[in-house]
Ligand binder design. Structure first.
Ligand SMILES: [Cu+2]
Length: 103
């Protein structure tokens, strides 16, 4: 959690009160697997594996497309709701992003 806070401080430029959260993809897992943010916050999925992954909402929420090994993908949380997501390459990889209304 410390690392997340440090990053949030670095990236908190805009908009006011928005935070940045990091989801690490490592060993075929999203870490943390569940995350709650507020509308306007940014989530960065960082792929530390040696293969490509995606963070693809099971509904129409968001889709990173392929995140190459060592790359990352940034998403600003929009419409509040609970979004389950997966890696389209590896069906065992699941995560949940909950977006609450803006602060
Ligand atoms: Cu994957």
């Amino acid at each position: 959690m410390k690392r997340v806070c440090a990053l949030a401080l670095c990236a908190v430029a805009s908009p006011a009160f928005a935070n940045t959260y990091v989801v690490t993809i490592e060993q075929m897992r999203f870490d943390p697997p569940t995350l709650t943010v507020h509308r306007g916050d940014e989530i960065v999925w960082v792929n530390k594996d040696l293969v490509a992954h995606t963070a693809s909402s099971d509904t129409q929420g968001f889709d990173s497309r392929s995140i190459a090994a060592g790359a990352s993908w940034r998403y600003r949380a929009g419409t509040p709701g609970r979004y389950t997501y997966r890696c389209i390459f590896h069906p065992t990889m699941h995560g949940t992003l909950t977006v609450q209304p803006a602060r």
